[in-house]
Design a protein around this ligand. Structure first.
Ligand SMILES: *[C@@H]1O[C@H](CO)[C@@H](O)[C@H](O)[C@H]1NC(C)=O
Ligand SMILES: *[C@@H]1O[C@H](CO)[C@@H](O)[C@H](O)[C@H]1NC(C)=O
Ligand SMILES: *[C@@H]1O[C@H](CO)[C@@H](O)[C@H](O)[C@H]1NC(C)=O
Ligand SMILES: *[C@@H]1O[C@H](CO)[C@@H](O)[C@H](O)[C@H]1NC(C)=O
Length: 284
């Protein structure tokens, strides 16, 4: 009896502590660039790129570890030259950053998803994947899960990339800076589509990506408030700190292998033209 009650209590407490949010946009986010290009339609947010501007939003808070998710439906039809982004980033020149960038294409040709990891101001860790569905036809869930052991990039719950903490071999790992959550749509026709060869066709503007169902289940990082900083520290009772979250489950590692085999089209770790010495985290 007692142990059951205690477990229930612990569970409730853990839920409270993890500050789970499933929220509408304005509680957690604010426009950060060209608010006149951001349109709310019910619970959906439309981000518009036209010949005048792109646009973007940012979270009001910063977070240290946890999981953030959003559903996105990408620019339909001709999206060549456009990039839709969903990412986390801290501030300053030595910032940490985790990126999902969706590189548009001409009608009928596939989008690419580029992911990247910056630690202390240094990125150059791109991977690129094709998708196993049409990301312009429906909303799909894109998530970042971040704990002290690794960072997962997930699409509809399927891991497409894991960046492991390899501080043991001298690879820096993002763990000291709170990161905000960002979304944006912009023109990147100098590099995004087919290596920059295909330019944005402005006669097809406006280009609109839709975002909805924001979920932030993460430790809010308020550096100016001592006890909040303490709450994000090791030893807090967060589900992402539990032993089961140290690595992928067997099922998830199979999913990751499948994605790598079938959908990865670029991996910086294998780019010997670019790195004559492979980056240390690529050595295994
Ligand atoms: C969204 O959140 C704001 C701020 O809490 C609230 O005023 C508004 O009613 C909410 N809108 C919807 C559609 O839930
Ligand atoms: C931008 O697009 C609008 C609407 O299509 C058009 O009227 C305007 O001339 C364009 N401006 C430039 C600088 O191309
Ligand atoms: C971040 O990089 C700067 C400049 O290279 C360096 O001085 C600093 O020690 C680094 N910080 C961490 C936490 O590695
Ligand atoms: C666009 O389509 C071309 C041709 O299918 C393909 O090579 C390329 O990887 C696709 N994606 C991007 C972002 O260029």
């Amino acid at each position: 009896m007692h142990s059951i009650n205690a477990n229930v209590l612990l569970l409730c407490l853990a839920t409270l502590l993890s500050r789970a949010f499933s929220a509408n946009f304005s509680e957690l986010f604010q426009p950060s660039w060209a608010p006149d290009h951001i349109m709310a339609q019910g619970d959906t947010l439309q981000l518009k790129l036209d010949n005048a501007s792109g646009c973007g939003f940012e979270s009001k808070g910063k977070y240290l570890f946890g999981r953030v998710s959003v559903q996105i439906k990408l620019v339909q039809g001709d999206s060549a030259g456009t990039v839709t982004a969903f990412y986390m980033s801290s501030d300053g020149p030595y910032h940490d950053e985790l990126d999902f960038e969706f590189l548009g294409n001409v009608s009928g040709e596939p989008y690419l998803v580029q992911t990247n990891v910056y630690v202390n101001g240094t990125g150059n860790r791109e991977q690129r994947h094709t998708l196993w569905f049409d990301p312009t036809a429906d909303f799909h869930t894109y998530s970042l899960l971040w704990n002290r052991h690794h960072i997962r990039f997930l699409i509809d719950g399927i891991p497409i990339r894991v960046f492991a903490n390899r501080e043991d071999i001298g690879v820096p790992y993002p763990k000291n800076q709170g990161m905000g959550i960002y979304g944006s749509v912009w023109n990147a026709d100098d590099w995004a589509t087919q290596g920059g060869r295909v330019k944005t066709d402005w006669t097809h503007a406006p280009f609109i990506s839709a975002f909805q169902s924001f979920e932030v289940d993460a430790c809010e990082y308020l550096p100016e408030t001592d006890d909040m900083v303490g709450k994000c520290r090791e030893g807090g009772d967060y589900w992402w700190d539990r032993p089961a979250m140290i690595g992928l489950s067997l099922h998830q590692s199979h999913q990751l292998k499948w994605v790598c085999r079938k959908h990865m089209v670029y991996d910086y770790c294998k780019d010997t033209m670019r790195f004559s010495d492979p980056p240390r985290e690529c050595l295994g």
